[in-house]
Design a protein around this ligand. Structure first.
Ligand code: NAP
Length: 538
């Protein structure tokens, strides 16, 4: 291989996950790292999603890093421009800019078993890294449905995450496809200017009122002067959501009361019984993501809006044909059809120790150890990996737990010393996933009578964490070396594992199990060093 740059850690992506990883690495005293970003600026999904009405449905004081509180959030639920600005500010405040490589899309990353490092091909050349932190996020690659005839459409077409701000919707016949979290924000924002707006609704969502308000100057002043008040506010928001979890995970029947609030929200704005019936979900609330809006139903009641309660099935010229046969003429199609979540394209670009891609390894469904590492992909870690999503709280809490795990992972590598890699043992990965899937059985996501992007092609829920954020924090506080095989430099053959009972054992090149190596290194099963640093507040 030609001469190239080598770094200790390559972080991929500069959204909340990637920037958070960069801050955490610096706090661990690691400065030999780069953040590879495919776009021309930081911000991830909060950079890409700039559609009209884009905002977060988790309160800002909870949807932000605990280590970077912002006393100046202008509203209880911030809009996309403020969240994007917050992330730019994090990049500046924590001195991340020198690490960030913009326009560096990662095309391939290959584990080099001989050198024990990742070889990373980017749009701007190749580099190597001891450790890869893949923070590309589940909401980064837009998904378009495979609708026959789309090529024949002569009008404008775009996805919610790739909004064409140069296109004027005024007076146009707009077809909005989908009724997810993005679409329900877009509809009220564009309805006043659209000539005619037709919403293609395959499944009605549960939409609850959104209690959004401006945060007063007095509150902001107080949060700035007495930071404890902002922390207390965050803790309250967090606690409320933690208390809701058991209804989602263990007692979905308790959610009936919430459904009545959702039905009242429809009834308040929709007086036409036929439209009300179309908009009323027939599955348990929470099975799909619960959406928040106080303007969605009022927009649907406007005379320039039609709801086609059926999916888009085919396009013939400028005519959109729904599954129920309804035909609609349109000038523009906006796809609010979500993202490749359980089939992330990045997985095709990761080639592990056996020469197989992560996508091949995950062909029967994504699975990882503690939402972070994947067997056969040594020293590769993902932020917001399998089963780390949330149905009702802030993803930033989960990201910060994963950052603690990353910090301990780096400490463990240092303690083991030399050229070394950790590869999760298949038995440990299996055990983790069996536990996760066992807990999943009673959850509303699996039993609520809907299909959603939480479930993969096999109907397995590989996206959501079936517990509280506190439980996940506990599970990721440190790396259990017993769950890993330690791979030492000098190995020139791919990993071969033997199953010995419920333990895997790496036999060649004098490599022992992680337990043995951890003991040899004078370590207990879990790294306790620096744990105090992991106990951030929520
Ligand atoms: P989504 O939740 O995956 O929704 C996609 C929508 O497209 C669904 O309503 C789906 O219908 C519909 N659809 C797919 N193919 C269709 C077809 N052929 N005809 C008609 N409808 C079709 O995508 P999203 O709304 O972009 O949201 C994705 C995620 O982004 C959210 O769940 C959330 O995590 C995040 N997000 C968050 C916020 C926030 O406020 N924090 C805002 C926006 C997005 P079915 O329901 O029948 O599948």
């Amino acid at each position: 291989m030609a001469e190239h740059e080598h770094v200790r850690v390559a972080v991929i992506g500069s959204g909340f996950g990637g920037l958070g990883a960069a801050v955490r690495l610096r706090r661990e005293g690691i400065t030999d790292f780069v953040v590879l970003e495919r776009a021309g600026s930081v911000g991830g999904t909060w950079r890409d999603n700039s559609y009209p009405g884009c905002a977060c449905d988790v309160p800002s004081h909870l949807y932000s890093f605990s280590f970077a509180p912002n006393p100046d959030w202008p509203r209880t639920f911030s809009g996309q421009p403020h969240i994007r600005a917050y992330l730019e500010n994090v990049a500046d405040t924590f001195g991340l800019r020198p690490h960030i490589r913009l326009d560096h899309e990662v095309r391939k990353m290959r584990w080099d078993s001989g050198e024990l490092r990742w070889e990373i091909e980017t749009a701007q050349g190749t580099l190597t890294a001891d450790v890869v932190v893949s923070a590309t996020g589940p909401l980064s690659d837009p998904k378009l449905p495979d609708v026959p005839g789309l090529d024949s459409f002569e009008g404008k077409v775009f996805h919610s995450a790739q909004w064409d701000h140069g296109y004027d919707l005024r007076g146009k016949r707009v077809a909005m496809i989908g009724t997810g979290a993005s679409a329900i924000q877009i509809v009220p924002a564009i309805q006043p200017e659209a000539g005619r707006l037709t919403l293609f609704q395959r499944t009605p969502p549960w939409v609850m009122p959104r209690m959004d308000r401006a945060i007063s100057g007095a509150e902001r002043w107080l949060h700035g002067k007495v930071p404890f008040t902002a922390a207390a506010r965050r803790r309250l928001l967090w606690s409320i959501r933690e208390l809701q979890v058991s209804a989602f995970t263990k007692r979905p029947n308790e959610l009936g009361l919430i459904e009545s609030i959702g039905r009242a929200n429809i009834g308040r704005s929709i007086k036409d019984p036929a439209l009300r019936a179309k908009l009323t979900p027939s599955y348990r609330i929470g099975c799909k993501r619960i959406l928040l809006s106080s303007s969605y139903y009022p927009a649907l009641a406007q005379p320039n809006v039609d709801v086609v309660a059926s999916g888009l099935q085919e396009i013939r010229g400028n005519t959109l044909v729904a599954s129920d046969g309804t035909e609609t003429e349109a000038d523009v199609i906006i796809f609010g059809t979500g993202f490749h979540v359980t089939d992330m394209p990045i997985a095709d670009r990761v080639v592990g120790a056996d020469g197989a891609t992560l996508a091949e390894s995950w062909k029967d469904g994504m699975q990882s150890l503690r939402g972070a590492t994947a067997s056969g992909f040594p020293n590769w870690m993902t932020i917001i990996g399998p089963n780390t999503g949330l149905g009702n709280s802030s993803m930033i809490l989960m990201i910060e737990s994963q950052l603690s795990y990353l910090a301990d992972y780096m400490r463990q590598l240092n303690v083991l010393g030399g050229r070394v890699a950790l590869d999760p043992r298949p038995a440990a990965v299996d055990a983790w996933n069996v536990r996760v899937q066992e807990r999943m059985k009673r959850t509303v996501w699996n039993t609520g009578g809907c299909t959603s992007w939480y479930l993969d092609a096999n109907g397995r829920n590989t996206t959501i964490w079936p517990g509280t954020t506190a439980e996940f924090r506990k599970a990721t506080r440190g790396v259990d070396l017993g769950e890993y095989a330690v791979v030492r430099a000098g190995a020139d053959r791919p990993l071969v594992r033997q199953r010995t009972g419920d333990h895997d054992r790496v036999t060649e090149h004098g490599r022992g199990t992680a337990d043995e190596q951890g003991r040899a290194a004078g370590q207990g099963r879990t790294g306790d060093q620096g744990r105090a640093a992991d106990r951030e507040s929520v």
